[in-house]
Design a protein around this ligand. Structure first.
Ligand SMILES: *[C@@H]1O[C@H](CO)[C@@H](O)[C@H](O)[C@H]1NC(C)=O
Length: 390
């Protein structure tokens, strides 16, 4: 083989190996999140396995792991049933002691659900955000952690199981009994939460997004933006409140979502929620996700709404372009389109954390935020492989 070809082959192999390595991580997480994770299911083993896996990953990444157990109440039929849950918390401590940020996703599922879609992929994305974040703020990283970031996997989101269940969800218990004491009971020590809940459905087909009348009334701007694209489900929805701190958080996420190179492929659709009648009209669409206890936080009599973004594909209001026949395996689920849609969200959340909670170190010799490892990997890989082929 002549020298030019040799390098070309080596480079190709390395690119393939690199993208394979990237893919393997999401898929590897999903392999542990493909069963129905619910205490009312025939077996509770998938929920327990997810729990073990998330804790193990948090530990591997160097996060300080806490677990918060709590009880909540289900009402499967006529009798109430007390069940215990465990929120899994991974702390990346900062050095400056500024406001804390939270990234969260539910790891349990409704009794009948698509465990990968709702919300296995959200948890896999949470693990990937944590992995990237710890990597670039680690020993050889370009960023230094100033303010603390908390990664949390919530258990028992009973609000997603149906209206009959009277208990409070895991995120409520996390906020009231864990986070509020942790931030010394003042919202000044809190920068906001980013919640990942169903983030995989994507479609460029006409009318794949179902826009109901209540939604049109509550979000006139978003509705006309969606209508002007032919009601395509080709966007990530970002639900946020209209107070100044929520707007700041939303602006930061938006800037990070639109800036990177894959920006053209996916759209971010903000949905600002006013505290008024319009809000009540669409309440049922998004009062069961984990951001809601933050918005409606009442440590005492007084309402103290905390900033939280809900990132979602809108779940039942969207028809996915890629259909995964059941039983849907992680490999079949992770089509290229789906994977890029999820990866886009992972990158934007990671970069939001970097811009709000860290400081870039003076040495700026290497490449972009997430692209740091790529050139290095390629150089080493090409050198090794061309040595082997020769
Ligand atoms: C809460 O207060 C303690 C003691 O003053 C302090 O060390 C800690 O950093 C505070 N926590 C946060 C999140 O600001």
């Amino acid at each position: 083989m002549d020298c030019g070809n040799l390098w070309r082959v080596a480079l190709l192999l390395c690119f393939a190996a690199h993208s394979l390595a990237q893919k393997t991580q999401l898929q590897a997480h999903l392999e542990h999140l493909d069963g129905v994770r619910n205490p009312m299911a025939a077996t509770d083993e998938p929920r327990l396995e997810a729990r073990r896996y998330i804790k193990e990953k948090f530990r591997e990444l160097g996060l300080q792991v806490h677990s918060q157990t709590f009880n909540t109440i289900l009402k499967p039929q006529f009798d109430e049933l007390t069940v215990s849950g465990e929120n899994l918390v991974g702390i990346a401590s900062g050095t400056a002691g500024g406001p804390v940020m939270v990234v969260g996703a539910d790891y349990d599922t409704a009794p009948q659900s698509s465990p990968l879609e709702d919300n296995g992929a959200g948890v896999a994305a949470l693990l990937e955000v944590a992995r990237h974040f710890m990597h670039v703020t680690g020993a050889n990283g370009l960023f230094q952690r100033l303010n603390t970031v908390i990664f949390v996997a919530f258990d028992l989101n009973v609000k997603a199981y149906g209206n009959s269940h009277p208990g409070k969800p895991g995120s409520y218990h996390f906020l009231h009994q864990w986070l509020w004491p942790y931030i010394n009971q003042t919202s000044n020590n809190f920068a906001g939460a980013i919640i990942l809940d169903s983030i995989t459905k994507f479609s460029t087909k006409f009318d794949s997004q179902y826009v109901i009348q209540e939604f049109k009334d509550a979000f006139p701007q978003a509705s006309s933006a969606i209508a002007s694209s032919g009601n395509k489900g080709d966007f990530l929805a970002m639900f946020t409140r209209e107070d100044s701190r929520s707007i700041n958080l939303a602006n930061s996420f938006t800037a990070n979502y639109v800036k990177d190179r894959k920006a053209g492929m996916f759209r971010l659709q903000p949905m600002s929620v006013r505290d008024g009648l319009s809000y009540v009209g669409v309440l049922k669409m998004f009062n069961h996700q984990s951001h809601h206890p933050f918005w409606s936080f009442r440590p005492s009599e007084e309402l103290v709404p905390l900033p939280a973004l809900l990132l979602t594909d809108t779940d039942v209001y969207r028809m996915s372009q890629d259909v995964c026949d059941r039983p849907c395996t992680p490999a079949a689920f992770l089509t290229r389109a789906r994977e890029s849609f999820i990866t886009k969200t992972i990158d934007a959340v990671t970069n939001t954390l970097l811009s709000l909670q860290t400081e870039r170190l003076p040495d700026t010799s290497a490449g972009g935020k997430l692209g740091v490892t790529t050139p290095l990997f390629l150089i080493v890989c090409v050198t090794v492989i061309s040595g082997i082929i020769r």
